[in-house]
Design a protein around this ligand. Structure first.
Ligand code: ADP
Length: 280
């Protein structure tokens, strides 16, 4: 049995509510992984940190198991096989904290972060035909058609950097047909992380969210304001981060999420945020 330990941590800018201090450890498990979420003991006035720890137990390939037992009989192990690259899908409603978690996971484990929304925005910025078509759907909070998204994501997943280092797929699949397209290609994640945040706080997060186009840093006007006036002046808002559009995006998310989850039940870890926290 091989063992691979993962630890994801996230900073959560939180309103100082009494429930936060007693935030419980959340045990999660499926047949391959176990995980728990802990709140930090050292609460500051307005920030708290949460740490999600995941342990993954993978069976070593038969060939390697044989080599190791032969080596144990005849002497020390001289060669260690390169572990198979890790593949993770992360899913959650708009503003559920996927972006923050992805940054942390990517940094810690060197995975290639592939965000379907970013790939689409790059097409829009490049004014391609696909970009123009995609924008029409994105403005309505609807899913972009599969014939654009599926090929785009598939091609990115198959590039050498993702194949060699492993990948962290964010915002895909969002429908049964997209999940099935991955299955048909034999692409399956080791872990499917679902961030489940109560809807009441999602809208507030989206509406206050701003991007610094210079540094790529994400701010929230109320909970994570810019450090100075110069930064404040250059912040921009994503075109679909308005209240009207986020309601449509949330509706689309809820309509599709159950079907996607049904495909990944065996590798799914659901992280529920039920207290009033804001993750950035
Ligand atoms: P969010 O998760 O906050 O909605 P994203 O950047 O992931 O933000 O997605 C923005 C928009 O891009 C979505 O509202 C949708 O229109 C489109 N989109 C992103 N991923 C997909 C996908 N897998 N399939 C279809 N459309 C997508």
């Amino acid at each position: 049995m091989g063992s691979l330990g993962l630890a994801l941590s996230s900073m959560a800018a939180a309103r100082p509510t009494p429930s936060l201090a007693s935030f419980p450890s959340v045990p999660l498990s499926n047949n391959k992984y176990s995980a728990s979420l802990h709140s930090s003991d050292s609460l500051e006035t307005s920030r708290a940190s949460f740490c999600l720890e995941i342990s993954c137990h993978r069976r070593l390939p038969a060939e390697l198991r044989w080599k190791m037992s032969a080596a144990t009989r005849s002497g020390p192990v001289v060669a260690v096989a390169k572990p198979e690259p890790l593949k993770i899908i992360i899913s959650g409603a708009p503003a559920s904290g996927k972006g923050t978690q992805c940054e942390l996971i990517k940094k810690k484990y060197g995975l290639v972060h592939i965000a379907a929304g970013d790939l689409l925005r790059a097409e829009i910025a490049a004014a391609t035909e696909n970009g123009k078509r995609a924008k029409e759907y994105m403005e309505k909070g609807m899913l972009v058609p599969d014939e654009i998204v599926v090929t785009m994501v598939k091609e990115r997943l198959l590039q050498p950097d993702a194949q060699e280092n492993g990948w962290l797929l964010d915002g895909y699949p969002r429908s049964l047909s997209q999940a099935t397209a991955l299955e048909d290609l034999g692409i399956r994640p080791d872990l499917f992380i679902l961030l489940d945040v109560s809807e009441g706080i999602l809208i507030e997060r989206v509406v206050g969210r701003r991007l610094d186009p210079l540094t790529g840093k994400i701010y929230h006007l109320k909970y994570s304001p810019p450090e100075n006036d110069e930064i404040a002046a250059r912040l921009i808002q994503r075109f679909d981060d308005t209240e009207e559009k986020v309601k449509l995006r949330l509706k689309t998310h809820h309509q599709n999420v159950e079907a996607v989850l049904s495909i990944y039940k065996d590798v799914m870890l659901k992280v529920c945020f039920t207290v009033h926290t804001t993750i950035y």
